[in-house]
Design a protein around this ligand. Structure first.
Ligand SMILES: [Zn+2]
Length: 100
């Protein structure tokens, strides 16, 4: 599996210099390698500096700025717990954890 596949799968990007996985390759991180974002992009053309999730967040923030409306859940993916609670709320009755 190559880095690109891993990145898509885990919503992460991996620093081409050290292989560290993170949400975003920041200038702060690149400082470790004595380079900046521009140099990094020149050295690794096509390498993402931001994972898809962060891009989506940026897009949402931009939409918010343009329309003045916030995304319903602020773009955060729901946790399994939240999904479960929402499903229970829709059913109109909360079930106790473990009681099936
Ligand atoms: Zn690195």
């Amino acid at each position: 599996m190559n880095l690109k596949e891993l990145e898509d799968k885990h919503d992460l990007i991996f620093c081409r210099e050290c292989g560290e996985g993170c949400m975003q390759i920041t200038w702060h991180h690149l400082k470790r390698h004595n380079m900046d974002t521009k140099e990094y992009k020149e050295k690794y053309p096509g390498a993402p500096t931001m994972c898809q999730y962060s891009k989506d967040e940026k897009a949402k923030n931009l939409t918010k700025a343009l329309t003045g409306r916030a995304a319903h859940n602020k773009g955060k993916p729901m946790t399994e717990e939240q999904k479960r609670k929402l499903t229970e709320a829709k059913k109109g009755k909360a079930t106790r954890t473990g009681a099936v």
